[in-house]
Design a binder for this molecule. Structure first.
Ligand code: NAD
Ligand code: ZN
Length: 360
């Protein structure tokens, strides 16, 4: 047995208002005046001076607003990289992602593809990246995915939705400023928050579980119930807690895996473009047989916050389309092995997944 030797985020700042320090944090990392910092910022912040006025652009620095309406695609990563290479003489000093999982994943992928040849689709998988990425910084503005701490960047490519999992993917620096999450709409807060909750349930109930994952998973699970079930404490307290829950949830799956909800949600995402947070919620609603306790708690949370989950999104799909989703889901073997065990193929049949999808 050889144990994996994982890299982690090397530096992290936590605190309300810590985003103010961004200039001081980046300054020593500037390579030269021609090597810019490139900021990839969720376009929900366009015209929002409260946030953007704190990003001071010097020399050739550039701020690019990006829509998070669709999840990152390999083609989008390749276009961004090309645009950056064509616009700037020198390789950037750093890439800074400011936004949710969508923007954080783009920032990670762009920083990798600036130093590695070819197209980003060639790196979807495990440990395919050969050259270290350029310095990259993650600044989450919504909490739950754990993308700020993880070793992957999830991309939709021409033939699969799969992460670039590599030692060079994690951020060199993360700024955790819970104040940045204050404008998140309620439904989205719930969907992305549930991503964290589901990470915990899948990790804690998986066959890959070990004390490392359990310690992080239990902490994140408890924080989620404090936030979504009890809900006591000020708005600020709840924002702080969810940001740390996201971090711990991400750490929990580093040394284990996610499970059934994620496998099936990737299928929905690939075929229908259903976004990760809401997709997980749609799937998790129907997973009592796999996660009885987790699903019961989830349903309570949904009721408390009056959240409607879309129904019947698969009811009109034909067999061809269902097969595409089933292929994507079944392709994620480590997730099933974690969820069910080594012999998962005995119970997780195409018919089984078809019946589940048809309920959604
Ligand atoms: P997101 O980044 O897609 O954003 C969701 C919505 O919230 C968007 O409309 C965005 O504009 C808005 N938003 C974000 N911050 C806001 C703010 N402060 N105020 C107002 N609106 C705000 O959402 P997400 O759930 O964080 O990310 C989903 C993505 O994360 C998916 O692409 C998924 O694949 C990825 N993901 C990655 C990992 C990983 O480890 N790399 C893990 C889980 C999910
Ligand atoms: Zn997730």
């Amino acid at each position: 047995m050889t144990y994996k030797n994982y890299p982690m985020v090397s530096r992290v700042v936590f605190g309300r208002g810590s985003f103010n320090q961004i200039g001081d944090i980046l300054a020593p990392k500037r390579l030269n005046v021609k090597a810019p910092f490139i900021y990839l910022v969720d376009d929900v912040f366009k015209g929002n001076a409260w946030l953007t006025s704190r990003v001071s652009l010097a020399y050739a620095d550039e701020l690019i607003f990006i829509s998070a309406d669709e999840e990152p695609k390999t083609s989008q990563v390749d276009e961004l990289v090309e645009q950056i290479i064509l616009t700037h003489k020198d390789r950037p000093s750093g890439i800074i992602g400011i936004g949710g999982g969508t923007i954080l994943d783009l920032a990670k992928a762009v920083s990798i593809m600036l130093t590695n040849p070819g197209e980003s689709k060639d790196y979807q998988g495990w440990d395919l990246v050969k050259t270290p990425a350029i310095y990259h910084v993650g600044i989450p503005t919504i909490s739950g995915t754990g993308a700020e701490v993880s070793r992957t960047t999830v991309l939709t490519g021409p033939d699969k939705k799969l992460g670039i999992n590599s030692d060079y993917t994690p951020f060199d620096q993360v700024i955790l400023d819970p104040e940045l999450t204050k404008g998140v709409p309620k439904d989205q807060w719930f969907y992305t928050g549930m991503d964290c909750f589901i990470h915990c349930v899948e990790s804690l109930n998986g066959t890959y579980l070990n004390a490392f994952s359990q310690s992080y998973g239990e902490k994140a699970y408890d924080l989620c119930t404090e936030i979504f079930l009890d809900g006591s404490g000020s708005e600020e307290d709840l924002q702080d807690k969810l940001m740390m829950a996201s971090w711990h949830g991400g750490m929990s799956i580093a040394y284990s895996q996610v499970g059934v909800a994620h496998a099936m949600s990737y299928g929905l995402g690939y075929l229908l473009g259903t976004k990760h947070g809401i997709g997980n919620c749609i799937v998790f609603d129907h997973l009592e047989e796999f996660y009885p306790e987790g699903v019961a708690v989830y349903k309570k949370m949904k009721k408390i916050h009056n959240i409607e989950i879309p129904q019947g999104i698969c009811s009109q799909l034909d067999d061809y389309e269902l097969d595409i989703m089933i292929d994507v889901a079944l392709g994620l073997e480590p997730l099933w092995e974690n969820a069910i065990g080594k012999n998962w193929k005995k119970t997780i049949t195409r018919e089984k997944l078809k019946a589940l999808y048809q309920k959604m």
